[in-house]
Design a protein around this ligand. Structure first.
Ligand code: PXL
Length: 293
């Protein structure tokens, strides 16, 4: 029987200040009518983008017992959504979690956001071992959401300034061959349009490629990847198609950045998405997605 409220296991860190991971995923998915069950990977005072001296408590030891308790309670999940991991050893735990909680419901969504880095760099706590382990986690996913930096690390290819459509399709296919049926790649710059940030996607089931240009203002804020991926999960759980789910994610990130840019707040505090959270309750009123040709 269908649950009155879909349920998602959210395997991410809890960073107290700065808007990232669980402090974004919980409010976004609750607003979209999804129950979130956090399986925390680490406890930090802030996220790692732009803060120094942050505290970091690795919660690897807690994850197995939490999963075992949920299993004992026969909790089931419509989505399993993982992100920032506290140690490379957690990959094995998350892989087992997926094996243990995967059902035969074809609508169940296993989403891995392979959080590794941005702008050509790995995030502070990560190294090559984490990249290797993340490749093993991606194998288990139905859908992954790397940014272009993470895609290059996963594929072990050089990060290009801009890419042709043919190169992007090649990357999407390469990532899908690693396991996931759907691949959504963000922060892409295409040849001839170096100022536009584009999201491209591929669904192996129907062989279609998608492309959505993002109307971002010229500013970088941490946490936008989590915002993007959590709206994507919520939207897919609501039954949206892949291109519409991407469109909603792009639009929400865009209005969140616009809600922030006019205020004088430090970028490392993240985007003021609380000001526009209510818009997630409304249907899309416009759409710009295209077939990637
Ligand atoms: O937004 C990804 C993310 C999640 N969690 C932590 C981070 C980052 C990116 O910097 O530092 C702790």
């Amino acid at each position: 029987m269908r649950k009155p409220v879909p349920r998602a296991a959210a395997i991410h860190d809890l960073s107290g200040f700065g808007r990232s991971s669980l402090t974004i995923i919980l409010p976004v998915l609750s607003t979209m009518g999804v129950q979130v069950c956090p399986l925390p990977t680490a406890l930090l005072s802030t996220h790692t983008g732009g803060f120094e001296n942050y505290t970091f408590l690795d919660l690897t030891e807690q994850m197995g017992p939490i999963a075992a308790h949920w299993k004992q309670l026969e909790v089931d999940f419509d989505a399993i959504y993982s992100g920032f991991l506290g140690s490379s050893a957690q990959v094995e735990i998350v892989r087992s979690f997926i094996d243990d909680f995967r059902t035969d419901d074809e609508d169940q969504l296993i989403m891995v956001d392979p959080v590794l880095g941005d702008d050509g760099e790995l995030y502070g706590p990560f190294n090559a071992e984490m990249v290797e382990e993340m490749r093993r986690l991606v194998e288990k996913a139905d859908i992954i959401t790397p940014n272009i930096t993470e895609a290059s690390f996963l594929l072990n290819t050089e990060l290009q300034d801009t890419s042709s459509h043919a190169q992007l399709k090649q990357q999407l296919l390469g990532l899908s061959e690693m396991g996931p049926r759907m691949v959504v790649m963000t922060s892409v710059k295409t040849d001839g349009k170096p100022d536009v940030s584009t999201v491209v996607a591929y669904d192996r089931q129907d062989g279609r490629f998608w492309k959505i240009d993002c109307d971002y203002v010229p500013a970088f804020y941490p946490g936008t990847g989590d915002l993007f991926a959590s709206v994507l999960v919520g939207s897919l759980l609501q039954g949206d198609s892949l291109p519409i789910a991407i469109e909603r994610s792009v639009q929400f990130v865009s209005i969140s950045i616009r809600a922030t840019f006019g205020h004088r707040v430090p970028h490392r505090d993240g985007v003021l998405f609380e000001r526009v959270l209510g818009s997630l309750s409304s249907p899309l009123t416009s759409s710009t997605y295209q077939v990637l040709e």
